[in-house]
Design a protein around this ligand. Structure first.
Ligand SMILES: Nc1nc2c(ncn2[C@@H]2O[C@H](COP(=O)(O)OP(=O)(O)O)[C@@H](O)[C@H]2O)c(=O)[nH]1
Ligand SMILES: Nc1ncnc2c1ncn2[C@@H]1O[C@H](COP(=O)(O)OP(=O)(O)O)[C@@H](O)[C@H]1O
Length: 403
């Protein structure tokens, strides 16, 4: 992989008359982080709108166009940028819907550092802020035919509003009843390899001769629906996710014996004899790794299906010891439409209406508390607290947590 294209200041000046070549509706902010200035700009030209990030490296005097990971915000009318913890920039947008108005551009988080090493370019990553507390994603691994799909289907059927399946990409051919976009995104190897190179995948692995991978978008789509994400991935993939910044619960499903595994594969009747033999050969190594590598938090033996399912539910707190209906996710955040943004301290940011309406405190000023942020790229950022300002004292001693 080559270096990120570096542009001299002069090149940029030549290419753009005004930083990003902004039209009359364009806007940009610049944020200093150490030796670098991150310029986030948007060029709104009629129906098209392009949000871009450029980095000016003060130590070399060069502009760099970074690899941008994650899904970026939908078009909006302007933004304010506030640096947090020297590793991410909080972006508060204007003209967006309440569920799409707070974003983070990660510039030096652990995930970004890892990706920089792998991609050998400058990297930044978008992560949308979502309200509410989703439970950790669940990674389920185990050899082919052990019953992972069956167990996941049982969970999704019993708790449809709680779990969402991360739809992987694969280069293998669809089986009879499998639907594209539901069971897998069936894809060409060359397309998938390019997307991997472009940093669109959280993890990928070659399994039984085919390429499989979890796209960042697949995990984000489940997070956006407010559900708990389930990933059905092989042991190599679980190892990569374990090493990533995605905080998950890792469960390995093991068969009662190799002969039982073979019988299940044959009875399923979806593979040729050659494919069955390949899967059985790989199963030995997977079971060894699954049981001894320290990747997995829990190992469940799928002997009796009902019993294994009960044990799985117990691990996930669904056996009656915890409420099984998820708390409804709080809605988005209603920002004052024309606002100014300022930092109160390292953890609090106040957003104030530029022309306050009397008697409408929560519309006039809100405070964002970023002290308990969780998650982040790849995926969504949670844990933002939002307060209104006490209408009587109008001071920060009187802030109320918004429900
Ligand atoms: N690393 C990785 N493995 C995956 C992914 N999706 C599926 N797999 C694994 O690929 C293997 C083969 O899956 P599949 O072809 O559906 O066959 P099955 O396990 O016999 O049902 C299984 O171990 C899956 O867990 C993915 O996105 N990433
Ligand atoms: N505990 C079990 N006892 C017997 N058969 C099982 C059990 N669990 C799953 N099966 C069957 O084994 C086959 C393989 O299960 P599947 O869920 O497709 O495995 P995987 O997704 O791990 O490849 C299916 O036909 C399924 O009905």
């Amino acid at each position: 992989m080559g270096e990120a294209p570096a542009l001299c200041v002069e090149d940029l000046k030549e290419r753009f008359s005004n930083g990003f070549g902004l039209g009359s509706k364009g806007f940009e902010t610049s944020t200093d982080v150490g030796d670098k200035t991150f310029v986030i700009g948007c060029n709104n030209n009629g129906s098209t709108s392009s949000l871009e990030v450029h980095i000016y490296d003060k130590s070399t005097g060069k502009w760099v166009i970074p690899t941008v990971l994650g899904t970026k915000p939908k078009p909006y009318e302007g933004h304010s940028a506030v640096l947090l913890n020297e590793d991410r920039i909080l972006i508060i947008t204007r003209g967006s819907t309440p569920d799409d108005c707070i974003w983070f551009l990660e510039v030096d988080t652990e995930y970004v550092k890892q990706q920089k090493e792998g991609l050998e370019t400058e990297v930044v990553a978008w992560s949308k802020c979502v309200r509410g507390d989703a439970e950790k994603p669940v990674v389920i691994s185990g050899p082919s035919g052990v019953g992972k799909g069956t167990l996941i289907n049982m969970l999704m059927k019993e708790f449809p509003s709680m779990f969402g399946f991360s739809v992987s990409h694969t280069t293998r051919a669809p089986r009879g009843t499998e639907k594209n976009g539901v069971h897998y995104h069936f894809t060409e190897r060359s397309v998938m390899e390019k997307d991997i190179k472009d940093g669109k995948f959280l993890e990928f692995a070659s399994v039984h001769g085919n390429l499989y991978g979890t796209s960042i978008e697949a995990v984000e789509a489940v997070a956006d629906s407010g559900k708990r994400c389930i990933l059905d991935i092989d042991v190599q993939g679980a190892k990569s996710v374990r090493a990533s910044s995605l905080d998950a619960v890792f469960i390995f499903i093991s068969p009662p014996s190799m002969s039982e595994l073979e019988e299940r594969l044959r009875l399923r009747g979806t593979e040729t004899e050659e494919q069955i033999q390949k899967r059985l050969r790989n199963a030995k190594a997977e079971i060894e790794q699954g049981k001894s590598s320290g990747i997995f938090d829990h190992i469940l033996c799928n002997d009796n299906l009902e019993k294994c399912y009960e044990n799985l539910k117990k691990l996930l707190g669904l056996d009656g010891s915890a409420p099984i209906n998820p708390k409804p996710s709080p809605n988005g955040i209603d920002l004052p439409p024309n606002h100014s943004v300022s930092k109160i301290d390292d953890n609090k940011i106040i957003i104030q209406h530029e022309t306050p309406e009397p008697g409408n405190a929560s519309k006039n000023s809100i405070v964002l508390d970023v002290s308990l942020l969780k998650g982040g790229a790849p995926g969504r950022t949670r844990g933002l607290d939002v307060y209104d300002v006490d209408p009587i004292s109008n001071c920060l001693n009187g802030i109320h947590k918004l429900s």
